[in-house]
Design a protein around this ligand. Structure first.
Ligand SMILES: [Zn+2]
Length: 334
């Protein structure tokens, strides 16, 4: 992932004495946590205690204008936070951690002043991205994450998916938050790519709503070697199972007004029907996927044989737009 240089990213790197934004985020998260919770905090991380420590008071009122997660209003010696309601407990924890990130852009009391103060869209976007990264770094300390991964837990892609779910529950974060975090932290795993697909517009052309890759993590020996670019469609990649699973679920599992009727974790069975898998059931198949390989100093296209596990996740009572598909692709020996 590349970072456009903005006043916001420069300020953040300077504040935490780091040469890259991801390194600054790690430093910021570690500083915030260790001051209050020590270097090895209890898991799940007590994000409410962290929020109180930086002076955030949660208001019971509905959110005013603000970012997607809520609205943070600076006051003399505190911040008042209006959080969105009706979200899952995991989402609430993420929002709180995200808003802790925004406090880092303000000067200390008595006068809380935003340090960038430029309302250019580039700067706003950069701050949002930093706050999202910081939120997952706060909730998922890299040392704890790395200790949780050994090769024993995952014999195959389905096993890896189940283990990722277990780790996400342990940290009390959503599966997508965990997967985005793992993209930045090297963990022991079978050589594999973990993809999140969402039904969205192309991020640059803002057209062609489709089931597109919105996050990628390369694990084990695939790290820094294989990747799949964002925005690609499940169909375009040759991941027909993901495309079929999603379109069938849209037909059968979503009501006219876009509300989710069929919630939970859903996969396709051998007859191509939707079903809720029981823990260890074997829902894997072989597929050849075009991916990018970093070889001799540059990225090039390569068709790679993989064994894959694909599942769709839909929140009870949620909107169809919130559903996502996770695919774990285990790379064969090369
Ligand atoms: Zn925000």
């Amino acid at each position: 992932m590349t970072w456009v240089s903005t006043g916001t990213s420069k300020y953040f790197k300077r504040t935490f004495g780091a040469t890259s934004v991801p390194a600054a985020v790690e430093k910021a998260a570690r500083d915030l946590r260790s001051d209050l919770l020590g270097d090895y905090p209890d898991i799940p991380v007590d994000v409410e205690a962290l929020a109180r420590a930086v002076g955030i008071e949660i208001s019971p009122l509905p959110p005013k204008a603000g970012c997607l997660e809520g609205a943070l209003v600076p006051d003399r010696d505190r911040f008042v936070l209006y959080l969105r309601s009706g979200v899952s407990p995991q989402r609430l924890r993420f929002s709180l951690a995200h808003e802790i990130g925004h406090t880092l852009f303000y000067s200390s009391p008595p006068i809380r002043k935003h340090q960038i103060g430029i309302l250019a869209q580039d700067e706003i976007n950069a701050e949002e991205r930093i706050c999202n990264m910081l939120a997952s770094a706060l909730l998922i300390p890299s040392e704890v994450l790395q200790r949780m991964f050994t090769l024993k837990q995952m014999a195959d892609p389905w096993g890896e998916l189940l283990y990722l779910e277990h780790v996400a529950r342990t940290f009390k974060v959503s599966l997508p938050v965990l997967i985005r975090r793992i993209a930045y932290v090297a963990v022991k795993a079978i050589p594999s790519l973990v993809l999140i697909f969402e039904h969205v517009l192309h991020a640059y052309t803002h057209a062609d709503e489709d089931l597109r890759v919105t996050a990628v993590a390369s694990l084990g020996s695939a790290r820094n070697r294989y990747s799949i670019w964002m925005n690609q469609t499940a169909n375009g990649l040759g991941l027909m199972t993901a495309a079929r699973l999603y379109s069938l679920w849209r037909e059968q599992g979503v009501s006219q007004d876009g509300k989710i009727k069929l919630a939970g974790k859903i996969v396709l069975n051998d007859d191509g029907e939707l079903f809720h898998p029981e823990g260890a059931s074997d829902c894997q198949h072989s597929v050849s996927v075009e991916m990018s390989e970093f070889h001799l100093g540059r990225w090039s296209k390569k068709i790679v044989d993989t064994k894959c596990a694909v599942a769709l996740y839909a929140r009870p009572g949620g909107h169809a737009q919130e559903a996502y598909v996770v695919a774990v692709l285990e790379l064969g020996p090369s």
